[in-house]
Design a protein. Structure first.
Length: 548
């Protein structure tokens, strides 16, 4: 338990704690004449232990020394096996990958690469009866190469795994002499188990790493100078993690100097830590809703001068002390008149009136002719009432088609026309002539709405005329004589007018420009008492209008 408590208050090896001590728990692997046990966890485990001392050089490199002692060996079968003891010591260098290039410097994970050189001695394990007997004479120069990963639990304690592969310069430390057999040495070319190359050993190191070193603390506040943001704190004063005196209320005045230690957060204070009262009215600034009160002016509990009409201007300065509640006022306490027209804003229904414009009691510019355009903007000040709603921004009647006839007088306001035709275009003479020809020139089957083929040429001419004159809006009117009942004639004339309309649409006249209606015998142009009169009344008329 004491060990784990110690970990809580430890830090792992860093630039501040440069010396690291590792306690190593090791599993040894063998690779030689008996076989290869590297990373083979199915074989007998040969364990050892040791210590590592590492010194921090810079963010990329550590230097150190490592030593360990314990068993090594290999079990191939009941005949081919051996167990010995090995002690080794090596100097090593480590390249750390959390150096700011590959991993962040403050990363808790520290991958590293290790390379060293050392010496190993081999001994007989006297606790084990050997048959055959292992050769333990001599020692080796070793070259340990490895990879590792350290995890920084704190800045003074870490856990670490490292694998080292130790190359040696000898091939005799796994040999043995078989009982009763002479001159045959295991591991030589004469023996069936011979394997070319020197012996080698792997090591799995599981380590607990502790770091040592103490930083200077000049003011004795428990925070090292390197991290102390307040290095001259008086002795005995309690400090925070940055080494600065505690300030419980966060007002910027340390507790040991604070005469008002419970000031609310964010409140401005004086040198003694007490809330500021800038205007000296007896109400501190953070409670003072009127912090700029002149000296000597009486204030209420909020620090504001008395204001009888509640307009925000103190009575002592208010030139309009009876302003209605809620009305915005100027610095003198009088209702605002933003546009300067003599009508206060709260009464002004036209608050943006330009300077110098005469206004009525509501603050709105006069509009003498009532067209909705104020006199000061109206270039046509005598607009007739009939034009109201049809004037431009200058107060002048609109002329949409630009034919010189204002819209309110123009029967065709969207199509330029002539004054003689009330603003509508004159229908061309040749069109009138063609339409007159159509009165009797369009023939139908008796009692039917089917157009006779002899009428097609005339209708084709009419279609071409309508296509060329795109402003024409046409009503096709069907008319009959008085032979037959009214309902019959209305139906027949409707069908005949619709047939003509459909024919013209099929010839290219746009559908929305042409309508059709039947009037029966209700609009005669001649007397129905004679044969000629009745023939004249049986007609198709084309009535031209224009877009309104």
């Amino acid at each position: 338990m004491a060990f784990f408590v110690a970990i809580q208050f430890s830090y792992s090896q860093t630039a501040d704690h440069k010396l690291g001590i590792g306690i190593n728990f090791i599993k040894n692997d063998y690779n030689g004449d008996y076989g290869n046990g590297v990373f083979d966890f199915s074989k007998t485990m040969y364990a050892s232990g040791g210590l590592t001392f590492a010194y921090y050089l810079n963010p990329s490199f550590n230097l150190g020394i490592q030593g360990d002692y314990g068993n090594y060996g290999y079990f191939a079968d009941v005949v081919n096996h051996f167990v010995g003891k090995k002690a080794d010591v090596s100097l090593f260098g480590q390249y750390k990958l959390n150096n700011g290039y590959l991993f962040k410097k403050d990363s808790k994970l520290e991958p590293f690469i290790s390379l060293g050189v050392g010496y190993a001695s081999y001994y007989e394990n006297t606790t084990i009866t050997h048959d055959p007997t292992i050769i333990t004479d001599g020692g080796d120069i070793i070259l340990p190469v490895g990879l590792g990963l350290k995890y920084h639990v704190t800045s003074r304690f870490a856990i670490q795994y490292q694998y080292l592969y130790n190359f040696t310069n000898s091939d005799v430390h796994d040999q043995n002499r078989s009982g009763g057999v002479t001159n045959i040495v295991f591991g030589t070319p004469a023996h069936p188990g011979f394997k070319a190359g020197n012996d080698a050993y792997g090591q799995h190191l599981f380590s607990l790493v502790f770091s040592l070193g103490k930083l200077k603390d000049t003011d004795k506040d428990g925070v090292a100078n390197k991290y102390d943001k307040c290095p001259d704190t008086p002795i005995g004063v309690k400090v925070d993690a940055n080494g600065c005196p505690l300030d419980a209320d966060g007002d910027g005045v340390a507790d040991y100097m604070d005469k008002c230690p419970n000031t609310p957060s964010g409140v401005a204070v004086d040198a003694g830590g007490c809330p500021v009262d800038t205007d000296g009215d007896g109400v501190v600034d953070y409670l003072d809703k009127c912090p700029g009160t002149p000296a000597g002016v009486k204030v209420d509990a909020n620090g504001c001068p008395f204001d009888a009409d509640g307009d925000g201007v103190a009575d002592a300065m208010d030139k309009c002390p009876d302003t209605p509640k809620g009305v915005k006022v100027d610095a003198n306490g009088c209702p605002l008149d933003t546009d300067g027209d003599g009508v206060a804003d709260y009464l002004d229904k036209c608050s943006g009136t330009p300077k110098g414009v005469k206004v009525d009691l509501n603050g709105c510019p006069f509009d003498t002719d009532g067209d909705g355009v104020a006199d000061y903007l109206d270039l046509c000040s005598s607009t007739p009432a009939a034009a109201f709603g049809k004037v431009d921004l200058n107060g002048c009647p609109i002329d949409t088609d630009g034919d010189g006839i204002p819209d309110y007088l123009d029967n065709c306001p969207k199509v330029a026309g002539s004054a003689s035709n009330n603003g509508c275009p004159e229908v061309k003479k040749e069109v009138k002539a063609l339409f007159k020809k159509a009165l009797q020139g369009i023939q139908f089957e008796t009692g039917k709405s089917d157009i006779k083929p002899l009428s097609f040429p005339l209708l084709n001419q009419i279609a071409n005329i309508l296509i060329l004159n795109s402003t024409y809006i046409i009503e096709v009117q069907g008319h009959t004589d008085n032979v037959g009942g009214n309902d019959y004639n209305i139906t027949l004339s409707n069908k005949r007018a619709a047939s003509v309309r459909q024919y013209l649409i099929e010839k290219g006249v746009t559908e929305d420009r042409i309508t059709s209606n039947g009037y029966g015998y209700n609009k005669p142009v001649a007397s129905n008492t004679s044969k000629i009169g009745r023939m004249t009344n049986r007609r198709v008329e084309f009535v031209v209008t224009f877009e309104k």
